[in-house]
Design a protein around this ligand. Structure first.
Ligand SMILES: Nc1ncnc2c1ncn2[C@@H]1O[C@H](COP(=O)(O)OP(=O)(O)OP(=O)(O)O)[C@@H](O)[C@H]1O
Ligand SMILES: [Mg+2]
Length: 369
């Protein structure tokens, strides 16, 4: 996908998210450019076709043929939205008005506007990236203390910065650990020889952050949800929920994660929540296998009740235990500026893990990086 198409696709999807749609999947295998969204229990197919000619009759016919295959995987599709940049051929237009009693909504997109096809005089929907409403808020939260939230906030933000995102950190924890370690700026070598620093904003004054030109805001949470700013919890688009793979970390079959999700859901019902394992240590014994099984089984149950919750299996991606991460934060005790434990040009465990985590979340959420 070209950078232009990618940005346009991101803006279109962001618009749907702002209208309270949740993304269930982006299924390129069954139908290229298909995204399955859900809202109030209904499933919507969003098909974004950025191309150099109008949508043809054959493309619409192919789309309708594939809907059946998508329904086998995702369940009944209740509505269809098609968004394209060059319009619709006359036969594709007349053929696509209705599909088996389901409304088909046709849209035309330009670089920054979305309009209903055939109603070009109606008020266009503005698709503007980078303004206040278009920031992506990612919270790092679990109600258990000491599982790595602050460390993850810093290293995930740095990973996004390495992917050329304009990132800010927000320290919501009254303990201010992130602010103390970073001394308000986290330094990152994003590309060889290219140093940048990520600002760390304070929960007591978030106006400069809201006014700033950032794509992504990574928020470090206090484990006591009520100690964090409610207005930020409401804004969250994504939550990363770390857990440790040990008996107390999982606590009676995922109870810690279940409670953490329930707490977030009292304030924000829409955000996508991803849980994953931090501080993972390979354990080939029976005990290790048993803990993995508990993690997968209990979280599978939670995922079946909450379609916006997903857990990352340790064999896919996890953040491994690393001595570098364990000693991160020494800048609190000396005068050195704080950096993350990896450089863009070097290779180490934490870097591999954070890059893999970032890619995993991007793939399943369409978060642009
Ligand atoms: N993957 C890892 N490998 C090794 N040590 C880690 C890893 N992740 C975090 N740590 C260490 O675990 C400790 C707790 O981490 P951190 O302070 O980030 O947790 P927290 O969840 O923010 O805690 P709190 O709830 O107190 O805010 C720190 O000493 C940190 O260095
Ligand atoms: Mg912390």
């Amino acid at each position: 996908m070209s950078r232009f198409n990618e940005i346009l696709t991101y803006r279109i999807i962001s618009h749907f998210i702002s209208q309270s749609f949740a993304i269930m999947a982006s299924d390129m295998e069954r139908l290229k450019d298909a995204h399955i969204l859900s809202k109030e229990g209904k499933r919507i197919l969003l098909w974004i076709k950025i191309q150099d000619h109008p949508i043809s009759f054959l493309q619409i016919r192919n789309l309708f043929e594939r809907i059946f295959q998508l329904e086998v995987v995702y369940g009944r599709i209740d509505g269809i939205y098609i968004v394209t940049n060059r319009g619709y051929s006359p036969s594709s237009y007349s053929f696509s008005r209705l599909y088996e009693n389901r409304t088909v909504n046709l849209y035309l997109v330009t670089a920054s506007k979305l309009v209903k096809f055939g109603e070009e005089n109606s008020k266009p929907i503005e698709l503007i990236a980078g303004d206040q409403n278009n920031k992506t808020y990612i919270g790092i939260f679990t109600c258990k203390g000491g599982v790595g939230k602050t460390t993850i906030a810093a290293h995930f933000a740095a990973t996004l910065a390495c992917h050329s995102r304009k990132v800010a950190l927000l320290d919501l924890d009254p303990e201010q650990n992130l602010s103390k370690v970073t001394k308000k700026r986290l330094h990152v070598e994003a590309k060889k020889g290219e140093k940048l620093s990520i600002p760390v904003f304070n929960h007591q004054n978030i106006k400069p952050l809201e006014d700033g030109d950032y794509d992504v805001v990574v928020c470090d949470f206090s484990p006591a949800l009520e100690r964090n700013l409610k207005s930020v919890v409401e804004k969250l688009n994504y939550v990363l929920m770390p857990t440790t793979l040990n008996p107390l970390g999982l606590n009676s079959g995922g109870k810690v994660i279940k409670n953490s999700i329930d707490e977030i859901r009292t304030i924000n019902k829409e955000c996508r929540i991803f849980s994953f394992i931090n501080g993972y240590q390979e354990d080939k014994t029976k005990r290790g296998a048993m803990l993995k099984e508990i993690y997968v089984n209990s979280l599978q149950n939670i995922a079946s009740d909450d379609e916006k919750f997903e857990f990352v299996k340790p064999q896919d991606v996890c953040v491994r235990y690393s001595v570098l991460l364990y000693y991160w934060g020494m800048s609190m005790y000396d005068d050195t500026p704080s950096t993350v434990v990896f450089r863009s040009s070097s290779s180490c465990y934490p870097k591999e893990d954070y890059f893999a985590l970032c890619e995993y979340i991007q793939r399943s959420s369409m978060l642009r990086m």
